[in-house]
Write a protein that binds this ligand. Structure first.
Ligand code: ACM
Ligand code: ZN
Length: 503
């Protein structure tokens, strides 16, 4: 009886803990005792990595007492999170949970440029992340579709490009990428004030979550050139490349701009890592630009792509001069970047493998498995999304430690939520839950302790909890055979779909 009860309640614990052992009976007196840095606990965690020791905890639930042992406040917080989840099952079974994370960085990226969801939404997702023992919220705060951070040095960023004509990204695109301003009845958008972002940073820190800001460069930056044309490439007759996607790495005005904005951003966000984007620069205007040509001549470059390396290295020097470290999408690897830079693998896993071989620390967020803006079920059944099928079962099966990768360089994993086709907060939650449960388990639980069958039962139960807390979620009960089968991506037409009644 106790065993069955324990099993039912344990269903709620996501991510699954390293070790769970049943005790006798149920707790009848919820007296919580916290023991910090006790001798026995210190001995039990002494073989773990420092980041694991920091978050490790032992939760011992007996009939008359609930004992939490940890080395730090963070460990106590993780224990309390598990306790809350166990309590949601009703009676608390006597048991012992000994637990610590597999990876140091367990993240979620939210794109606030393509759709702007606001502070309440972000705080609500921070609450969900804390429940799932995630610890990094990466905010994509600017892109061509809108600038979302207050800047005192460059106020036109929000003045001219925090609002646009077109509620959805598609409408904006089809309408010819038109910006607007606050107060225009047709305008869609918004931005975060510094005060709001500081409030978010504090709110997240209280839940042991670090907020990493991303200032995108040199691509995905149409909005910057719209507000401040001096960052755009220049033709010989002096005209600017209006509407360009990339910043000009030849012009000093670009560096004046980026450094001033980054200084403001670092003042708001105390995170050790600062994301500088670096993905998908088209480099189309660089070969026609007088300033880029001059820069190439001065530096002895023969290929415009070297200008991307120039920009990234110069910004890296600026950021490391402020005591921070850069992280960038895996393109930054291709044009030379100091070993200290963290590389975030998104074009599949190959960037992460190459980066770790070159001595970089890496965060794995391959689009094949970790892009939660991709379809989670059949195209005909789901709201418009992009890319391939990333079903719950498929994303759960992701193993971040790729063959040949040095585990010492693998900082962790991250889910990314790009929002071109996710116009509302409700839709964003629909794409995240329950897939973020799977990411959390991949990030925390030892790979040998993962089981999709057991996870699915727990995820189904936790999904009800999320719904009761007001999150809009995907409906696991209506998953198609294809999604339930966990087949990789959308299989070729005609591939027989194995029906798995268990799921
Ligand atoms: C990316 O998805 N362009 C990083
Ligand atoms: Zn240029």
């Amino acid at each position: 009886m106790n065993f069955i009860l324990a099993l039912v309640i344990f269903v709620g614990l996501i991510p699954a803990p390293v070790k769970y052992s049943d005790g006798e009976g149920v707790n009848v007196r919820q007296k919580v005792v916290v023991k910090m840095d006790g001798k026995a606990f210190r001995k039990d965690v002494s073989g773990l990595e420092p980041f694991q020791q920091k978050e490790a905890y032992r939760l011992t639930i007996s009939k008359k007492k609930i004992l939490i042992e940890a080395a730090t406040e963070e460990g106590v917080f993780r224990a309390k999170t598990s306790l809350e989840q166990l309590q949601r099952g009703g009676e608390l079974p006597c048991c012992t949970v000994f637990d610590y994370p597999r990876f140091a960085n367990r993240g979620l990226m939210i794109d606030e440029s393509r759709s702007f969801k606001g502070l309440d939404f972000l705080k609500k997702q921070v609450d969900a992340m804390a429940m799932l023992k995630l610890n990094v919220l990466h905010l994509h705060l600017d892109d061509s579709a809108g600038w979302r951070i207050q800047s005192d040095a460059f106020p036109l960023l929000t003045g001219k490009t925090a609002w646009r004509i077109g509620t959805t990204y598609t409408e904006w695109e089809q309408g010819g990428y038109r910006f607007s301003s606050e107060g225009d009845p047709l305008a869609y958008g918004g931005y975060y004030t510094k005060e709001q972002l500081r409030e978010l940073v504090k709110y997240a820190a209280e839940r042991f979550i670090t907020v990493i800001p991303e200032v995108e460069m040199p691509g995905h930056s149409m909005e910057v050139g719209y507000s401040y044309p001096e960052v755009l490439c220049q033709l010989e007759d002096g005209r600017r490349h209006t509407g360009a996607w990339d910043l000009c790495p030849g012009s000093e005005a670009t560096f004046t701009f980026l450094e001033a904005v980054l200084a403001e951003v670092m003042d708001i966000f105390p995170s050790p890592l600062i994301h500088i984007g670096g993905d998908e620069a088209t480099m189309k205007t660089w070969s026609q630009c007088v300033n880029c040509r001059r820069r190439m001549e001065e530096e002895g470059y023969t290929d415009v792509r070297q200008l991307q390396g120039y920009l990234v290295r110069r910004i890296e020097r600026f950021i490391s001069g402020k005591g921070r470290r850069i992280i960038g999408w895996d393109e930054i690897l291709e044009t030379g970047v100091p070993e200290n830079a963290v590389v975030q693998s998104w074009r599949g896993v190959s960037g992460g493998i190459k980066a770790s071989a070159a001595g970089h620390d890496v965060i794995m967020s391959p689009n094949s498995h970790c892009y939660y803006n991709y379809y989670q079920d059949l195209i005909r059944k789901e709201p418009k999304a992009v890319g391939e099928l990333v079903s719950l079962r498929f994303t759960y099966g992701y193993e971040p430690l790729a063959v040949g990768m040095d585990p010492k360089h693998l900082l962790g994993v991250q889910a990314n939520l790009w929002t071109e086709y996710i116009p509302t907060p409700q839709h964003a939650e629909y794409m995240l839950y329950p897939r973020l449960f799977a990411l959390a388990e991949t990030a925390w639980t030892p790979s040998g302790a993962k089981s999709y069958k057991a996870f699915r039962r727990r995820a189904r139960a936790l999904l009800d909890v999320f719904r009761s807390l007001g999150y809009n979620t995907f409906d696991m009960d209506t998953e198609s055979d294809l999604a339930r089968s966990g087949l990789q991506r959308f299989p070729p037409e005609g591939t027989p779909i194995p029906v798995d009644d268990e799921f």
